[in-house]
Design a protein around this ligand. Structure first.
Ligand code: SF4
Ligand code: SF4
Length: 56
């Protein structure tokens, strides 16, 4: 599994990318994108997203 990002909600703030311990997140066209092979489901990004765009 990997975190799910709602592209319509993401505002491209980059906060999730800063907190991800395994660098699973990157910014593509001002939206956060997850690499499911890297994500360890830690939840750090979910807790950090200011608009609730991420869910596990
Ligand atoms: S759940 Fe954890 S490992 Fe997965 S993208 Fe978010 S911060 Fe990174
Ligand atoms: S923290 Fe939320 S709003 Fe900010 S880039 Fe990540 S998914 Fe988008």
């Amino acid at each position: 599994m990997a975190v799910v990002i709602d592209k319509n909600t993401c505002i491209g703030c980059g906060a999730c990318i800063e907190v991800c311990p395994v660098e699973a997140l990157t910014m593509v066209d001002d939206k956060s994108v997850v690499d499911p092979d890297k994500c360890i489901d830690c939840g750090a990004c979910v807790d950090t997203c200011p608009v609730g765009a991420m869910t596990l």
